[in-house]
Ligand binder design. Structure first.
Ligand SMILES: Cc1cc2nc3c(=O)[nH]c(=O)nc-3n(C[C@H](O)[C@H](O)[C@H](O)COP(=O)(O)OP(=O)(O)OC[C@H]3O[C@@H](n4cnc5c(N)ncnc54)[C@H](O)[C@@H]3O)c2cc1C
Length: 460
């Protein structure tokens, strides 16, 4: 089969470097305004799982490598490789069986679309924090979404998946069917050895009273804010998400401070009474001296998504890194110190204190790296001439955190650094993943972090 045969066989579209519109297609593969200088040889925009199988078989038969692309939201742009990119953006069908409490979602159903559709049935899922991000790579990397304290990491709510493997076969995987593929698909992220063409999701009741409260302080109050957050998380139910957002002061507070930290508590309660009770526990310990306080705002999912959307403007250049730590105090303090020195005023960092595990253990899946506190830092800027300064800032912060870092979250790690991917897994889980890669993708068809996407063997 040559490229022309492929064009005939695919129900979606095929774009090669020689085709008009190639550069538009290439640029459109990544959400980040910062596009690496990598040029896919062929972009297959798949219409269905059959197209994915055809593209995988074509690549294998012609000695090319494959890079699956969901929504192109991974901040380091890893989906953009110089090989056959299988673009899943057209595979975004969703169906909900409210009685069985199961949703079937093709990979590029977005968080926003899923949350809105589920809400109509009084149901919910731990969707990610931003509406435009698709399930595709979000669930594959684990998925640190809304109400994670109560609902857990999102991939632990996946019931089963449909996957195209390196030999072009289409298989299902669940606890009972192909269990080792199912183990890997929950957390492997770009280390996975197949293409996910459908997720089946276990659903939750929609919390009827989602309330957000926010206390904003001058950033040097980070120590007091962290102590308050850490204590609160031992006293409130697990359905509270408590985040410290460290950033430039919002415009109304700019006269009072240059940089601020906001303690943002979102309560996912079943009733008003429950929300009020939890809020009173949090509020009674809030440090003195807040520059601004907003209590008990009604924030159903669509409002949460409107709020978070403002923090990820499209078209900007982004670089991101994450760290898990057992030392929330040091983690948040070091991030706050870095935010004070950010070269771009748009850059910010968030620190999340998780509820205590109370002796519970995480399910055994590839998602295996987690700790009591999580930090994510976002360098956001506009001009390519500022790339070096912003990367230096982000990596300087991570270097400062390194002594207290347990590891990284692959969904938002700085994957241009070779050790980020291995260090996003517990050591035994990473070993198992490497073993499964050798078993299910022995020729290394699928591009993986840290590899140079050279064609394996060009036949035509
Ligand atoms: C604005 C924004 C907000 C975010 N918020 C959150 C958040 O709240 N919580 C969170 O956990 N993460 C969050 N993320 C991170 C996000 O979940 C990951 O970057 C994820 O990879 C995005 O999915 P994608 O399909 O767009 O990935 P892509 O960039 O398309 O793909 C990245 C890699 O994942 C693999 N991949 C993707 N889809 C498939 C598939 N179907 N089959 C096989 N391999 C595949 C490929 O190896 C690919 O190279 C956010 C990202 C952005 C940009």
């Amino acid at each position: 089969m040559n490229t022309n045969d492929l064009k005939q066989a695919i129900r979606g579209t095929v774009t090669t470097r020689a085709d008009a519109g190639y550069e538009t297609v290439r640029q459109g593969l990544l959400w980040n305004g910062r596009k690496p200088d990598r040029f896919p040889e062929i972009v297959v925009r798949a219409k269905d799982a059959a197209d994915v199988r055809t593209a995988v078989k074509f690549a294998a038969a012609t000695g090319r490598r494959v890079s699956p692309r969901g929504g192109g939201h991974q901040f380091s742009g890893i989906a953009l490789q110089d090989c056959v990119v299988i673009d899943l953006s057209q595979m975004n069908a969703l169906s909900i069986d409210a009685d069985a409490r199961i949703a079937r979602a093709q990979p590029t159903v977005t968080n926003g679309k899923l949350a809105a559709a589920l809400a109509e049935h009084g149901l919910a899922f731990p969707t990610g924090h931003c509406a435009s991000v698709p399930l595709s790579g979000y669930l594959l990397g684990g998925g640190f979404g809304w109400n994670a304290g109560a609902w857990g990491i999102a991939c632990h709510n996946v019931d089963s998946v449909e996957v195209v493997l390196a030999d072009g076969s289409l298989v299902n995987a669940s606890e009972t069917e192909n269990p080792e593929i199912f183990w890997a698909v929950r957390g492997a992220g770009p280390e996975f050895f197949g293409v996910v063409t459908e997720y089946r999701l276990r659903l939750h009741d929609l919390p009827r009273a989602i309330r957000t409260s926010m206390w904003t302080y001058e950033i040097d109050e980070i120590g007091a804010v962290e102590r308050w957050m850490s204590r609160a998380m031992t006293r409130v139910p697990r359905n509270v998400e408590f985040t410290a957002a460290m950033s430039s002061a919002p415009p109304p507070l700019a006269g009072h401070a240059t940089k601020t930290v906001a303690g943002v508590a979102t309560i996912f309660a079943a009733s008003e009474e429950e929300a009020d009770e939890t809020l009173s526990i949090i509020a009674e310990d809030a440090p003195e001296g807040a520059l601004d306080v907003q209590l008990g705002m009604e924030t159903p999912f669509e409002v949460l998504y409107l709020i978070t959307g403002q923090f990820y403007p499209e078209g900007r250049r982004y670089a991101v890194d994450t760290n898990w730590s057992a030392d929330p105090s040091a983690l948040l303090t070091r991030m706050a110190e870095a935010v004070k020195d950010a070269p771009s005023p748009e850059s910010y960092a968030i620190g999340v204190v998780l509820p205590p595990m109370d002796g519970e253990t995480m399910p055994d899946t590839a998602f295996s790296m987690a700790g009591p506190a999580f930090g994510s830092a976002y360098a956001i800027w506009q001009d390519d001439g500022d790339d070096a300064a912003n990367f230096a800032w982000l990596r300087g912060m991570s270097a400062d955190i390194a002594p207290i870092s347990m590891g990284h979250y692959i969904g938002e790690a700085d994957l241009d650094l070779a050790e980020r991917s291995p260090n996003s897994f517990a050591a035994p889980a990473y070993e198992r993943l490497l073993h499964l890669q050798r078993k299910y993708d022995p020729t290394g068809l699928f591009y993986r972090p840290g590899q140079v996407a050279e064609p394996m063997r060009r036949v035509s």
